[in-house]
Design a protein around this ligand. Structure first.
Ligand SMILES: CC(C)(COP(=O)(O)OP(=O)(O)OC[C@H]1O[C@@H](n2cnc3c(N)ncnc32)[C@H](O)[C@@H]1OP(=O)(O)O)[C@@H](O)C(=O)NCCC(=O)NCCS
Length: 321
């Protein structure tokens, strides 16, 4: 007799799924207490799973063992063409008692996704080694990191040969240049991001329009009286990439940083990142969140050095090859 039954996810499964999600999040918060405590409450976890279930085009599977639901998986497509013919499992889209069982759930749910032509699969997985290992053995690989750190408790000093200051309107030409530097870098090997690279004119126009927006704190780094890098801090609420269980309360966000290629390795990236950390502390945030492509050989090394610890892994699988 089969030890478990797998069947399609149904609305009546929501409360049981919320219970499983609550347990997963409780374990996750033991490692990352800065993650939002709300979802340790089953009623709030239920809101998140319900949102995943009610997303347009959502589908998934549950595992039943001895009459009890012991795992679920839910995914929905994102409309943006940037993700290809995709299906996304968000942070609230999966929880299992036994990590190995995510493979059975995916095995059942993915049939429909691929039948529908959705061959680019994404999943946001907590930094649980066993769970990540199970997803890896479904041919997923690591694409993107979500990370957090507390705000600093004492002021951080930049190196003596660098000046870090708030950006002025006169910096707009170099800010625009730096806006192009990041997507250019990520468009190349080994990131190969498909994100659009703006023209310098587009970046200039964007800065002219948005420079005075008080929601964003822009810093620049000067070396030998020349601006060589910039970074932007804002509330995490401004980011659409961090939601629900992956959106800590009262958090600042390191939303952008770039250093001109000729000036990298001088400590400007650290000093700019630390300026955003300090700004976050001064603004009254408790923590700071950032994210990076794990294939970006620069940011994936710089941000952990600044004390960011990875909370979620975005894994990716492309079917068909
Ligand atoms: C990411 C970026 C902003 C970092 O700026 P930078 O001025 O080159 O970085 P820094 O010299 O301050 O180095 C930052 C830290 O990373 C470490 N680091 C850099 N390269 C490293 C490497 N190859 N291996 C290990 N550590 C490395 C440095 O040692 C430093 O840590 P430390 O201060 O503890 O020694 C810059 O490289 C950049 O513009 N990259 C392209 C755009 C980009 O990726 N932006 C970030 C998007 S998320």
């Amino acid at each position: 007799m089969a030890r478990h039954v797998i069947r399609p996810f149904a609305e009546a499964d929501l409360p049981a799924a919320a219970g499983l999600l609550t347990q997963r999040h409780q374990e996750h918060r033991k490692r990352h207490p800065l993650l939002p405590p709300d979802y340790e409450d089953e009623r709030l976890a239920l809101v998140e799973v319900t949102a995943a279930w009610e997303s347009e085009g959502a589908s998934g599977a549950v595992m039943v063992e001895g009459g009890q639901i012991t795992g679920y998986l839910l995914a929905a497509p994102k409309p943006s063409p940037a993700w290809g013919p995709n299906i996304w499992v968000e942070a609230a889209g999966h929880a299992v008692r036994d990590p190995e069982h995510i493979r059975d759930l995916y095995g059942a749910a993915a049939t429909r996704w691929v039948d529908e032509g959705r061959t680019a699969h994404y999943v946001l997985v907590p930094d649980d080694a066993e769970l990540i290992d199970a997803w890896f053995r479904l041919a997923f690989g690591s694409q993107h990191a979500h990370a957090i750190r507390p705000v600093p408790d004492s002021p951080l000093q930049p190196p003596r040969d660098l000046v870090i200051r708030r950006a002025a309107r006169t910096d707009i030409p170099v800010l625009a240049e730096l806006d192009v530097v990041l997507p250019q870098h990520q468009g190349r090997s080994p990131v190969f991001s498909s994100a659009e690279v703006p023209t310098l004119e587009e970046a200039l126009a964007d800065w002219e329009e948005s420079f005075d927006d008080p929601a964003y704190a822009t810093f620049v780094a000067e070396y030998n009286d020349q601006v060589i890098g910039s970074a932007i801090g804002c509330s995490l609420d401004k980011s659409s990439a961090h939601n629900g269980l992956a959106r800590p309360d009262n958090a600042g966000f390191l939303g952008f940083a770039a250093v001109l290629p000729s000036a990298r390795g001088l400590g400007a990236g650290r000093a700019l990142g630390e300026a955003v950390l300090q700004w976050s502390a001064d603004t009254g945030y408790t923590s700071v969140v950032t994210d990076w492509r794990v294939t970006n050989l620069l940011s994936s090394r710089a941000w952990p050095r600044l004390g960011f610890r990875q909370t979620f892994h975005r894994l990716h699988r492309l079917i068909g090859y």
